[in-house]
Design a protein around this ligand. Structure first.
Ligand code: 13P
Ligand code: SF4
Length: 317
């Protein structure tokens, strides 16, 4: 039995599980979601893993516990499904830093460059539609290496991920000057301070972090690869420079190690206010009413789909 009443904790989680069955739904959650949402999800992972899950699910409804561009990507690649996002306001500062009209104007003004556009998945459908291929932090290196050798590359919207890929591949690219407001808060000083308290603890950092932090890191990788790195590391404690939600999955899956949230200049652990907009209550409401639903015009969807499919194909190879 499912009810419209507001419930809390275990009861609410149980109701979500029952509703999920009644709706033939699957719950996909990003690694930065609040612990309660990660715990009711069928799959928890990074943007790449979530895209594969969204593409191949046979569920009728996808409850996407993440931010808007992630749910929108799910709708683009699996359009017959009802895709719902607990809070439609869950955006992304990185995505916002590259509005489609600005990108279109830039491409027009630099038409002589005949850019091959590689877009980090953290962007809107409008930007995806203007791109040749999409990448995530998990496959960016591979996607850039596969780019046509004779073309100028424009990498949007994250300048830090783009710079990291240039370092890794040696391939020159022009970088859109966008960034993630959470990851740029990590500094060499804030990481140095926590390292002084935990000497010997390796540092794993997300490639959205600035150069000075990436330089200090023992490993720079996507959130999914962080789980693998931490599992395989022999160190008893590891400093993690990314959004703090990551620590729930690490503690849960690797209980014998200690994970330390990389502090920023302003706080002990970094939180993405957009990721944290989704709650158990909102997820319950979304499943109950099948809203807020992600919709987009079919022409836009088709144009945005092609570069995502190219990415998924390249990622399998
Ligand atoms: P991942 O794909 O590595 O999980 O990154 C997503 C993201 O939004 C990082 O801020
Ligand atoms: Fe966007 Fe940064 Fe939040 Fe990731 S952590 S969703 S890049 S604002």
């Amino acid at each position: 039995m499912v009810s419209a009443g507001v419930n809390f904790g275990v009861d609410l989680a149980q109701e979500i599980v029952e509703l999920k069955r009644a709706r033939h739904a699957v719950i996909l959650a990003h690694n930065y979601q609040v612990p309660e949402l990660q715990d009711v999800a069928d799959y928890v992972g990074d943007s790449l893993g979530l895209s594969f899950q969204a593409a191949q699910t046979d569920a009728e409804v996808i409850l996407f516990c993440g931010v808007h561009f992630m749910a929108e990507t799910a709708k683009i690649i699996n359009p017959t499904k009802t895709v719902i996002l607990p809070d439609l306001g869950a955006g992304c500062s990185l995505s916002e830093s590259c509005p489609p009209d600005k990108l279109a104007q830039f491409l027009q003004e630099h038409a002589e460059k005949n850019y091959y556009v590689i877009a980090y998945i953290n962007c809107s459908a409008g930007v995806k539609a203007l791109s040749d291929v999409i990448c995530t932090s998990g496959n960016a290196e591979k996607i850039v290496r596969a780019a046509p050798p004779n073309r100028n590359i424009l990498f949007v919207p994250d300048q830090n991920l783009g710079a990291w890929v240039i370092e890794r591949t040696g391939r020159q690219m022009d970088l859109w000057q966008g960034n993630c407001y959470v990851h740029v808060e990590f500094t060499a000083r804030s990481i140095g301070a926590i390292r002084a308290q935990h000497p010997g603890a390796p540092l794993v950092a997300h490639p959205e972090c600035p150069y000075a932090v990436r330089l200090l890191a023992d490993e720079v990788c996507s959130t999914e690869k962080m789980v693998t790195f931490c599992r395989e590391s022999t160190a008893p404690e590891i400093i993690v420079a990314t959004e703090a939600g990551m620590l729930h999955r690490l503690h849960k899956e690797i209980p014998d190690k200690n994970f330390i949230a990389g502090p920023t200049e302003r706080c002990a652990c970094a939180e993405c206010r957009f990721m944290k907009m989704n709650t158990l209550e909102k997820a319950h409401r979304a499943l109950l009413h099948l809203t807020p639903e992600i919709t987009l015009p079919e022409t836009l969807r088709q144009r945005a789909e092609a570069p995502i499919l190219r990415m998924l194909e390249l990622s399998k190879q």
